[in-house]
Write a protein that binds this ligand. Sequence first.
Ligand SMILES: Cc1cc2nc3c(=O)[nH]c(=O)nc-3n(C[C@H](O)[C@H](O)[C@H](O)COP(=O)(O)OP(=O)(O)OC[C@H]3O[C@@H](n4cnc5c(N)ncnc54)[C@H](O)[C@@H]3O)c2cc1C
Length: 409
Amino acid sequence: MHEVDVIVIGAGAAGISAAQRLAPRCSVKVLEARERVGGRAWTVDHSGVPLDLGCGWLHSADENEWADVATMLGFAIDPTPPPWSRRSHQLNFSATDQEAFSDAWDRFDKRIAEAARALPDRPAAELLEPGVRWNALLDALSTYINGVELERLSVHDFFRYHNTGVNWRVARGYGALIHAFAAGLDIALNSPVTLIDHSGEHVSVTTPRGTLTARAVVVTVPPTLIADETLRFIPALPDKVTAAAALPLGIADKVFLRLDNPDDLPVQTRLFGATDRTATGSYHLRPFGAPMIEGYFGGELARRLEAEDGFAPFAIDQLVALLGGDMRKRLHPIAASAWQRDPFARGSYSYARVGCSDLRTVLAAPVDDRLFFAGEACSINDFSTAHGGYRTGVKAAEQALAALQPVRA
Ligand SMILES: Cc1cc2nc3c(=O)[nH]c(=O)nc-3n(C[C@H](O)[C@H](O)[C@H](O)COP(=O)(O)OP(=O)(O)OC[C@H]3O[C@@H](n4cnc5c(N)ncnc54)[C@H](O)[C@@H]3O)c2cc1C
């Protein structure tokens, strides 16, 4: 006898959306490794101010299902355009330089589109114009967007990403919204799955708390855990391990600094720590108008600063150099993420190694119509996002329901 129809492994954006689709139609149990739901969507509270340590922006918001969930659950949406779509602080980046940088980005983007139509795939760094002053800052943008520098970024994969250019926020936090959407589901926390045995009539799933059987399983863990076989399959699934290893998670991290006497700084404005290097933070001044600065770091810089617990000191040094010595007294670290160190993420969002974009389809492919796969890394066009997680979760749930159907009828 199986104990439930479907086990969903992981309660992040993909697992929660899969389970919500399944729950009215069959019995479903969610097994989550951490002591909380949400995965890489995680809002923490600081004296009543919500801070998103993971996803913060409803990307492609005009067609993002999480915006509909927000409306359904009564979460207010803030449609203020993001700082990266408006003029940055001119302190170290004049309006003329910002226009020159924006032109350099547009030219780079066009070369990506041309190169994406050709074989073989190439690292995006090969498309930089030699000697252009803005190359380091273009590289820094790649670390924020993709979690890796351009030399490791696949042109084919980057080009496939779908972006409507509309970005909104959830006032109470994107993580809080995804957490709220889990209400009513049967979720076992502190239940890291180590083994999925699909050799028998039913699939059995092992955690340190015991073994559970089901007719089908939806796996939504990040690819890092499949690649290093923290989560193992019997019989083994070497194609999944190969695909997951080709879709690692890049690194992006945030630091939040409380700011005393904030009025001399503009609200909702971006300030680059430097414009002449890849290893720089990008600072969002006074997000939502709050007395706060949110720093964003990506790629190798984020990897190094995580290892040193160094986000706040690095950010404060950069901000003091730009805004003056009294900033050191006015800035107070309140929270920082460390996604690379997190044992149930081991990174921030997926990128494809050069030549490996198609392996997202291999990672997503069902096995024997009873193992189904979801999570942002499984999405060809919406990878690296919470709505990519949502869409792959719903798709895997539909596949599982279709597979269960003939027996249930
Ligand atoms: C700093 C940062 C900023 C971001 N900004 C944005 C943004 O602005 N907009 C956006 O759309 N996206 C953003 N993202 C990406 C977004 O957060 C993720 O793409 C999305 O949350 C991934 O959802 P998922 O369900 O695929 O994976 P996850 O959220 O990682 O969920 C997987 C779940 O599986 C669990 N798990 C892992 N191993 C096991 C196991 N062995 N057994 C049981 N459970 C297990 C994990 O604990 C987790 O809960 C950001 C991410 C980071 C880190």
